[in-house]
Design a protein around this ligand. Sequence first.
Ligand code: ACO
Length: 323
Amino acid sequence: MIHSRIAGTGSYLPERVMTNQELEKLVDTSDEWIVERTGIAQRHIAADDQTCSDLAQRAAEQAMARAGIAATDIDLVIVATSTPDHVFPSTACRLVERLGIPGGAVAFDVAAACSGFIYALDVANRFIQTGGAGRALVIGSELFSRILDWSDRGTCVLFGDGAGAVVLEAAESPGILSTHLHADGRQTDLLNVPWGVSQGYEQLPGERGKVRMKGNEVFRVAVRTLGGLVDETLAANGLKRGDVDWLIPHQANIRIMTATAKKLGLPAERMVSTVADHGNTSAASIPLALNEAVSDGRIKRGDLLLLEAFGAGFTWGSALIRY
Ligand code: ACO
C-alpha cells in the first residue's frame, strides 16, 4: 500500500493590508462589529497586476524549498480556486510552465469554494495511493477581492486574498490517514456568485459577478454540518474527543471555528487561527494556517492534525493527518 505525507508547506500573502478602519470608510460598519462577529481585524489585498497564479507560484516555491525538492520532481499539480487567472487554461497548467515542471505532468484546477483545498488534497492523495503520481503540489489560491461587492457590508468585510501550498509525496506510512468529502447543492441561494460563462452569457458581470451570501443562515448550516463532520472523522479513525493535537479549520469566522474546536474537545490554543490577520481566504485559508503553525514551530512532525472546511455549494470536507 502506498501512502502520502506532507513533505513541505508554503504560503504567500499580498503586501497590501486592509484594516477594518479602512472598511469603515467604505460601508456602514465598525471595527468593533467586525471583530466581535467574525474575529477579523485585517486582510491582505492583491495588487491590481497580481493574479491567482502569481500568488500560487510564491506559495508553491516555498513549499518545494521546504520539502527540499525541485520543480522537476513534481508530477501532479492541483490548484483549488474560485478565482482562476482565466476560464482556461487552468491555473495549474499556467503553474506547470511558470515553475518549470516537466511537460507531461498532470495539472488541473478544482472548484469547491472554501472546501477546495480539502477536495484537492483528497484527489492528490488518491493519485499517490494508486501510483498515478509520486510528488504533488496541492495549492489553494484566491483573490476574492476581485469578486466582492465593496458596497455590501455583509460580505466585503469577510474576505481576503492569499495562497497556501503543500508538497505531498509517496511514503511508506501515512501521512494522510483519512479524508471525508461531501456536497449538497440544494441551498445554492444562500451563498453564490450568480454569474458565469454560460449562465450569465447575456449579461456583463457587473454586480452579478460578486459574492452574495445570507450570512446568518450559512452560519447555522456551517456549525451544524461541521459538528457532524468532526464526529464522522473521529469515528472513521477510532478516535475520541481530545485525541487530536491540532485543529486547522477553514478560517471563515472565529465563532464557527471555536464551536468546532469545542465539539472536538480541544482548548482554543490547540486550534490554529489566522482569521484575525487574513480574513477568509477561501480555498487558501487552510494551507495558509497550516504553514503558519509549521513555520513558527507549533506543529511538529508526528502531530495529529484535523483539517476541515465548509463552503459554497454547499461543500464540506475534512482530512486527518499524521504530520
Ligand atoms: N457591519 C455592521 N453591521 C452589519 C454588518 C457589518 N459588516 N453586516 C451585517 N450587519 C448587520 C445586519 O444588517 C444585521 O442588522 P439587523 O439586525 O439590523 O438586521 C446585524 O448586523 C446582524 O446580522 P447577521 O447577519 O445576523 O450577523 P451574524 O452574527 O450572523 O454575522 C456573518 C454575519 C459574519 C456573515 C456570519 O453570519 C458568518 O460568518 N456566516 C458564515 C460565513 C461562512 O462561513 N461562509 C462559508 C464560507 S465562504 C465561501 O464558501 C465562499
